[in-house]
Design a protein around this ligand. Structure first.
Ligand code: URA
Length: 265
């Protein structure tokens, strides 16, 4: 007697029907996912998938339209609105509150990049090491937006210097998008992630930072998340992040920031 083929979607040695896995990842209904596979828009480990393919969510890499889909079990992504006075490390030797203590303890997550003790605003925490690595790697240039209240009233010269790049002790900064949003408030978008960069840039032009808030990480924004609160990213947000760190395809248009003000480009 021959073995019965596994019923639709049933695990077969850790492998499940591709459309089921895609649907669970929030790509669409199973029917929609079948159509995507049929249209040749889905790859498994770099090979175009066909209907009937099975994958192991723990090991296989699945892309839709070239964008990696988070199918691995147990990956979590939290967006936190950090308050001043919390440290961006997993544990603090001085016993200060950490950002990791604010989110659920299991599964263990780590902050993606750093915000200074006194910096407020958006911080991503995840256990997705691959995405975190790409997000923090300078070669992917994911930009971050900050709003800085500063001492004094920066004039046009200071804003121009910030835009063009200022000399810091670890080298000049790359050109940045900078605008004055109030007499003593600057909005800066940078894609480098150097230590205390915004504070040092503002200080270098004679306007030390009084208060610093991160308001955007690549495609992620949230003006409704209260200070100290966190939430899980939506599937769309995870996909947008994946897209932001996807290596540029030859001939592709340069990345744009959908949330940026045209005025400060
Ligand atoms: N730049 C800074 O100076 N501090 C931060 O926390 C983030 C960016």
């Amino acid at each position: 007697m021959t073995a019965e083929p596994p019923s639709d979607g049933a695990p077969s040695g850790g492998r499940e029907r591709l459309q089921k896995v895609l649907a669970r990842a929030g790509i669409g209904s199973r029917r929609v996912c079948e159509d995507l596979i049929d249209e040749g828009r889905v790859t498994v480990n770099g090979t175009v998938a066909t209907l009937g393919d099975r994958v192991d969510p723990a090991v296989d890499a699945v892309d839709v339209d070239g964008v990696r889909v988070g199918i691995a079990p147990g990956l979590v992504y939290y967006l936190l609105n950090k308050v001043a006075g919390t440290v961006t490390t997993a544990a603090d030797t001085h016993g200060r509150p950490t950002v990791v203590e604010v989110v659920p303890p299991e599964p263990r997550v780590f902050p993606v990049g750093r915000l200074d003790l006194e910096t407020e605003g958006l911080l991503l925490l995840t256990n997705d090491g691959e995405l975190a690595h790409r997000l923090t790697h300078p070669s992917f240039g994911v930009d971050k937006e900050y709003v800085a209240q500063v001492e004094g009233r920066p004039g046009r010269g200071a804003v121009r210097r910030l835009r063009e790049g200022v000399d810091l002790d670890d080298g000049p900064t790359a050109p940045a998008r900078v605008s004055l949003v109030a007499p003593d408030v600057l909005k800066l978008t940078i894609h480098e992630g150097r230590n205390r960069q915004v504070r040092r840039m503002c200080e270098a032009v004679g306007h030390p930072v009084v208060r610093l808030v991160r308001t955007r990480i690549g495609p992620l924004r949230d003006t409704r998340l209260s200070p100290g609160e966190w939430r899980e990213l939506t599937q769309d947000e995870v996909r947008a992040l994946e897209r932001a760190v996807r290596p540029e395809e030859p001939g592709a248009a340069p990345r744009t920031d959908p949330g940026a003000d045209p005025a400060d480009r």
